[in-house]
Design a protein around this ligand. Structure first.
Ligand SMILES: Cc1ncc(COP(=O)(O)O)c(C=O)c1O
Length: 415
């Protein structure tokens, strides 16, 4: 089912019920355990909260809304550091041939490892959060780091990356141009590229990054089981290149097989490369062009990650594409909770799934999508607040000054 209302487009996909070997191979439970064991050793690690919003759930007409709140993950304001740090762990392990049981964080940051490795420069392109995570991890390990950002990246995001000692270079064009450029410059300069997106011939590191995110998935499942819930019925994931979504969907399909939750992708309409790949429906990932202009900086990607797409195409039940004001609406709803619901700080990319859920549950014209996804009072919906106010100025402009308002015809609470 492909459908659209003036401010939201969606595609629903039925999948054959089959064993998904790709999810099982990429996200075996042992890898998640290894990632979690590593992250646990990092000073300052703690489980991020899984927050319940019961009042909002009742207002939306679902059984529960659960928000995995990554806003203060390792003081970096985003889940992204889980992937980058695990990739550096694997990189070093691989380079030095150390088995898992002999690897620990203390050893990783030791002078001995530094000496054995020699001088390394880690490098990556970013739209903000990934680069910040890599810069942070490289600094902890005592290595140099070069990060490429595109020209629309905000000064606040660039400063945050520089604060961890990385060299930042601003590239003309989009995130995709920054990726292309760092591949060329990386080869010339002998840098080690730690990219969260993959392409032909470059799959190992992005796989490690996706596997690193499974620490968050293990935490979520542990937190759900503490609430007496085996698993959510629905999970909404915001996507840029799709690595996070593939990790979440792949993890659930590996863990629960055919009982996996319904998996829904949400993207900005100006950078909806997964939505467009699903629409073209030839099995391949497709690029979207243009300037990828969106307030959702973390999702402003035109080219899906190939390995992520290979998981997503078999696991996503729906693709939803929305304008920026849906993300702004999500931020405001998080920031102004209904009575007794907790308050959540969520940035533009973090909040879009809540904005999308509100639109699906409350906006006229969305009934067929609600029905297709069986979103109703029995649903336990998982959202991931993937970032806090990573751009504090824009956060205030949206929350305090009301920028990116929802057009009046789409207010759901009208007389
Ligand atoms: C805050 C935030 N949320 C979600 C994403 C999407 O992740 P992916 O690019 O793996 O789809 C990003 C990517 O940078 C991000 O920064």
């Amino acid at each position: 089912m492909d459908s659209t209302v003036p401010n939201c487009s969606w595609i629903v996909r039925e999948h054959e019920k089959k064993e998904l070997t790709s999810s099982k191979e990429m996200f075996p439970i042992e890898i998640a355990r290894t990632a979690r064991r590593f992250h646990r050793q990092i000073p300052g690690y703690k489980m991020s909260p899984l927050v319940s919003l019961p009042r909002l759930a009742a207002m939306f007409g679902v059984g529960g809304i659960w928000v995995k709140d990554e806003a203060s993950r390792l003081e970096l304001n985003s889940f992204k550091v889980l992937g980058g740090s695990f990739a550096l762990y694997r990189f070093i392990q691989d380079r030095l041939g150390i088995p898992d049981k002999e690897m620990n964080y203390k050893y990783l940051i030791s002078k001995e490892v530094k000496k054995r490795l020699g001088d390394i420069t880690f490098a990556s392109a970013t739209d903000g959060n990934h680069g910040r995570g890599i810069a942070w991890a490289a600094q902890k390990l005592g290595h140099k780091c070069v990060i490429y950002v595109h020209e629309e990246t905000s000064v606040r995001r660039i400063d945050a990356i520089r604060s961890y000692g990385a060299t930042v270079r601003i590239i003309e064009g989009t995130y995709d141009d920054a990726v292309r450029q760092i591949v060329v410059d990386g080869k010339e300069n002998g840098w080690e590229i730690i990219s969260d997106t993959s392409w032909e011939g470059y799959r190992t590191v992005p796989t490690w990054i996706m596997q690193g995110y499974s620490t968050m998935m293990m935490e979520i499942q542990e937190q759900f089981s503490g609430q007496g819930i085996a698993r959510p019925t629905h999970v909404f994931v915001q996507a840029g290149v799709g690595a996070l979504a593939a990790s979440v969907f792949g993890y659930y399909h590996s863990l629960c097989g055919q009982k996996a939750p319904r998996c829904i992708i949400v993207e900005p309409e100006n950078a909806n490369c997964l939505f467009q790949s699903a629409r073209i429906d030839d099995g391949n990932a497709h690029q979207v062009g243009g300037d990828l202009d969106t307030i959702m900086a973390g999702l402003a990607c035109g080219q899906p990650s190939e390995i992520a797409w290979n998981i997503i195409k078999d696991t996503a039940d729906a693709y939803v594409s929305v304008p920026d004001y849906i993300a702004a609406r999500g931020m405001r709803v998080y920031a102004t909770p209904l009575k007794d619901d907790p308050f959540i700080i969520s940035g533009e990319s973090g909040a879009v799934t809540l904005g999308a859920l509100l639109t699906i549950m409350k906006q006229h014209g969305m009934e067929s999508l609600r029905q297709a996804l069986q979103l109703d009072e029995d649903s336990q919906v998982l959202l991931i607040n993937t970032e806090g106010n990573t751009d504090p100025l824009q956060f205030r402009q949206i929350i305090w000054e009301g920028s990116n308002p929802v057009p009046k015809e789409y207010w759901f609470d009208r007389d």
